[in-house]
Design a protein around this ligand. Sequence first.
Ligand code: ADP
Length: 547
Amino acid sequence: MQGQMMTLPLTIPSLLEHAARYHGDTEIVSCTQEGPLHRYTYADAQRRAKQAANALVRLGVKPGDRVATLAWNGFRHFELYYAISGIGAITHTVNPRLFPEQISWIIRDAEDEVVCFDLGFAPLVQAIAADCPSVRHWVAMTDRAHMPALPIANLLCYEELLAGEPDHFTWPPLDEHSAATLCYTSGTTGNPKGVLYSHRATLLHALSSSLPDALALSGREVVAPVVPMFHVNAWGLPYSAPLVGAKLVFPGSCLDGESIFKLFEREGVTFSAGVPTVWLSLQQYMRQSSGRLPALQRMIVGGAACPPALMHSYEQEFGICLQHAWGMTELSPMGTVNTLKASQLTLDPEARFAIAVKQGRPPFGVDLKTVDDNGHELPRDGHSAGALMVRGHWVVEHYFGIDQSPLVDGWFPTGDVATLDADGFMQITDRAKDVIKSGGEWISSIDLENIAMAHPAIAEAAAVGMPHPKWDERPLLVVVLKPSLLATREQVLAHYPGKVARFCIPDDVVFVEALPHTATGKVSKALLREQLRDYHWPAANQPEVAK
Ligand code: ADP
C-alpha cells in the first residue's frame, strides 16, 4: 500500500521561493567588484533570479546544458545559482584560482555553453576564451558602466541581460534526481574530476546541514560564507541560509583578515565558515588591532585540519567557537561536524577539548566506516586508523563523464586515513598520500603540524616525508615564522618530546617565507615536495632514530 501524502519534488528553486515568501525582507549584503556594498533582500533576489532565468532561456540555454561561473561570493552569483539550476540547466562553479590551462580544460570537459564572470576575471577570460570552443556567450557580471573592454565577439553584460526581462517566471517542474550543479575536485592527483550534484542531494544536504548538531542555522543568524561559492558551493550555505531565512553576507574578493573583520563587524555576522588559513589571517588581524567581534558566535573550519592551537586561541582570546568539520567535493561537501553530545558536556575542559579537535560526527544522511588494507572494517575504538569510507544521500556515485564508479562495495573511498570512536567522532590522521612512512611505522603529518602550530613563533607549518636511506621516509618540518619573531631549528624541535613518540619527531626543520597553497587554500604538499626536491638531510644529523 502506498502512503497518501503529497510528493513535492526536492528542487533548488523551492528554497528561494520559501525565503522570498517567508523571509522576503531579510537582507543579502555583498561586497562588490565595482566598489560599494550592495544590499537587497530575498524578495529582490528572487525577482532578479527570475529575470536571469528568462534571460538564460532567451539565450537558448536548455535543461541539462552547463552554465559556468567564474565568480566570488556575491549577489549576482547567488542569483545565478538559482536561475541556472531553476531552469533545469547545470550551475558549473569553476575555481578561478586554478591555472588558466586547468580552467580551460575544465570548461572544455564540462562543455560549458555560457560562462558568467566577475569583473576581476576579465583578463583570465581574455586568456582562455580561444581555448573554450563550447562557450557561446561570455557574460560579464556587471553593469554597462563597468563593462571590461575585451576583444571577445560574444561578450554580454549581465545587468543589460536582466534589464529587458520580466521578473516573473514559473520554475518548470523538475525531476528531483536531475543534475543541478557541477563542481570539479581540485585535481591534486591527475586531472580534476567533475561531481554532478542532483537537486535532491542538494536539498537533503541543506536540510541536514542546518540541524542543531550540524551547522545549527536559523533565521536569527547572520551567515557570512567566506568559503568561496566555487569551493563546493560554499559548503552549501547559499542553499541552507535561504532554507532557514538567515541574513547572508557575501565578502566578494576581500578575504584578508582586515576586510573580513570590518565586514563582520559592520554587518553583525554571527556565523561563518572557511578554511584554516582564512581564520589564521583573521586571528592575526584581531591580535594586531585588538579588535573584537562580540556578535560572532561560531565559525566552521574545514577543508584541511584545523590546528588545535588556533581553536584554543579563538575560544580563549576572542570568545569565538571554531567548530571543526570535514568534507569533500564528492560529499557536497558535509561529512562530519564537531558538536559535543550531552554526555560530553560535563567532562573537564581538557577532555572536552580533546574531542573538539576531532573532525566530528556524521549527521543523519552520512554513514562512515574505516577499513584495513584488506577492506575489513576496523573497530570503532578511537585508536585503529584505516581508510575512511563513506556513503550517504549526498555522496558521489559516478564522476562526470567517467563510466567506472569509484565506489567499493557501495562505499566511497575518501583517500583519508582516520579513526572512529564509539560515539561516532571521526578524526583524520592524514591523507593517505601524505602519511609519513618511517621504518614500517606510520607518522601523522597532521599531528606534527599541530604541535608546530602551538609554538608561539610559528605562523604556519607543514610536515612531509622525505626519502631516507635507512627508514624509507623521515619527517621534515617546513615552517613559516610569524613576522618579527624568531625561533631556531633546535627550539622548534624542543617543542616535540613528550607530545609524540620519539620516532615521530621531525629530523630537521626548514624555514621558508611562505608555504605553497592549493586553489582552495590548503597547503599543497605536492608543490612543497617539488620545492624540496634538492633537499638533503644535514650530514651532521644522519638520523639515528630509536624505534
Ligand atoms: P580536494 O580533495 O580536491 O583537495 P576537497 O575540498 O574536496 O578538495 O578536499 C577534501 C579533502 O580535504 C578531504 O578528503 C580531506 O583530506 C581534507 N579535509 C577536509 N576537511 C578536513 C578537516 N577538517 N581535517 C582534515 N582534513 C580535511
